[in-house]
Design a protein around this ligand. Structure first.
Ligand code: KIV
Length: 273
């Protein structure tokens, strides 16, 4: 049986066509309840490998696997109709060779039905991007602060602070565009680098801690809903307090259970009069 809905999911070419016309809005999501709501406002939803830290309390993004990412992406695809869905290629799934990258990307798209993968890498991973794109897998590139380099960076650090470092990131972005990436996430870079990249490339740039002048913005949803233990990164802002709403609901539930006002017989099955 096929499922038909009137709502059409945004396609990757439609996202690309938004450059210069309107800002592209994206947030991360890892689960169906969140994704269902974000679908109403986002142009694309990213199943970031930040799932590792935000959803599993891991210290960095390195330990999340292809299967975990694919299953989170499946939940998001199932719960959404409108937003395009992009899934991150986790550490170890694409760096070894273009063939390994294709195998893992294809598996994630087959399991989840997502529209595109995202991969961290510039010049060094350009051949991999080309390999995937030529075989039908859209790639969103990610340059600048690449969290999968956590160990070589010695933590999460702003990038492109010197002229030389900025130039390398600029070259990374150009290499990914030339390799066929449909867009570029630019994370944690010193301005005016992201503005310069945005002006130089024909594909959309999606900033996170990069520049207001990027073609779009992405943030980790939990960071803006106060779901990260109050630690809001410098580049984010609290837009609502979901933690407070959950705490209020949980407290009301606990109070009702303890004082015996919940459940009532109305919540029970087959009650005999
Ligand atoms: O993993 C992630 O959430 C990301 C960011 C760009 C939001 O890669």
């Amino acid at each position: 049986m096929s499922v038909h809905t009137d709502v059409k999911r945004l396609t990757i070419p439609q996202l690309q066509a938004m450059k210069g016309e309107q800002k592209i809005v994206s947030l991360t999501s890892y689960t169906a309840p969140f994704a269902r709501i974000l679908d109403e406002v986002c142009d694309f939803i990213l199943i970031g490998d930040s799932t590792a830290m935000v959803g599993y309390d891991m210290p960095d993004t390195l330990s999340i696997t292809v299967d975990m990412m694919a299953n989170h992406a499946k939940a998001v695809v199932n719960a959404t109709q409108r937003s395009a869905v992009v899934v991150d290629m986790p550490f170890g799934s694409f760096q070894e060779s273009p063939e390994a990258a294709f195998r893992h990307a294809a598996k994630m798209l087959q399991i989840s039905g997502a529209d595109s993968v995202k991969l961290e890498g510039g010049v060094v991973l350009a051949d991999t991007t080309r390999f995937l794109v030529d075989r039908g897998i859209p790639v969103l590139a990610h340059v600048g602060l690449m969290p999968q380099y956590f160990n070589t960076m010695g933590g999460f650090k702003a990038q492109g602070l010197s002229d030389e470092a900025a130039e390398r990131i600029y070259e990374d972005a150009l290499a990914q565009e030339a390799a066929g990436a449909w867009g570029i996430v630019i994370e944690g870079t010193a301005e005016p680098l992201a503005r310069r990249i945005t002006d130089a490339v024909k594909i959309p740039t999606i900033g996170i801690g990069a520049s207001p002048d990027c073609d779009g913005q992405v943030l980790v949803a939990e960071d803006i809903f106060n779901l990260t233990h109050g630690r809001i990164p410098k580049f984010a802002q609290q837009f609502s307090d979901v933690a407070a709403a959950i705490r209020e609901g949980a407290t009301a539930y606990a109070d009702s259970v303890r004082d015996g006002s919940f459940p009532t017989l109305n919540h029970c099955f087959g009650v005999k009069k």
